[in-house]
Design a protein around this ligand. Sequence first.
Ligand SMILES: C[S@@+](CC[C@H](N)C(=O)[O-])C[C@H]1O[C@@H](n2cnc3c(N)ncnc32)[C@H](O)[C@@H]1O
Length: 213
Amino acid sequence: MDFLPQNITTYAEAYTSPESTLLHQLNRNTRARVMAPRMLSGHMQGRLLSMISCMIRPRRILEIGTYTGYSALCLAEGLTDDGQLITIDHNEELEDFARSYWRQSPFENKINFQIGLAADILPALNETFDLVFIDADKRNNSLYFDLIFDKLRPGGFILADNVLWSGKVAEPLNPSDQDTAAVLAFNQKIQDDVRVENVLLPVRDGIMVIRKL
Ligand SMILES: C[S@@+](CC[C@H](N)C(=O)[O-])C[C@H]1O[C@@H](n2cnc3c(N)ncnc32)[C@H](O)[C@@H]1O
């Protein structure tokens, strides 16, 4: 869903740095060959993820929800020389596809792909993260936030995707719509949490930017 008029979106994209050739190919081939290509962050959001990562210069990034590896490549652009990005997905069928693009990038050796359910993998991670991107099953956003909070350094950032949920968060809630209810609950939980500061960016489907105090 576009929240801005199409001409404004087109203009904003025209005045955003272009995707690299590799990211463009990954974007295009995901659309051509993979189910549900709308899940991919895409040009504008990808450049924003890269920009935020370059501002933070993280040593450790955690991504929950790899899909075809597009956002991992964007976030990896900001890593320090000794940095590492751990990315988790339970869909092992996408591994070869994602790796074939990571291999062509400067970040192959910095990306650690872990296959499995995020809720199983997260408790075992023995790292302190500077930046976390939550972009998997939205019903578990609150669980993932709780599981990673103590692993995030003070001053570190969490980005949570799709917090506008196609605009449904601002409409009357259908009682049978558990996905929207979960996104609403997550947004409220963050808003009420005195341990963080947060800004809901209405970019694409909404990104909650959270800073641990
Ligand atoms: C929206 S896509 C991620 C898109 C990617 N971050 C990007 O921007 O290009 C969500 C991914 O989360 C994965 N996923 C969903 N539930 C999961 C779970 N419980 N544990 C791990 N991965 C999960 C899906 O397989 C899917 O690939």
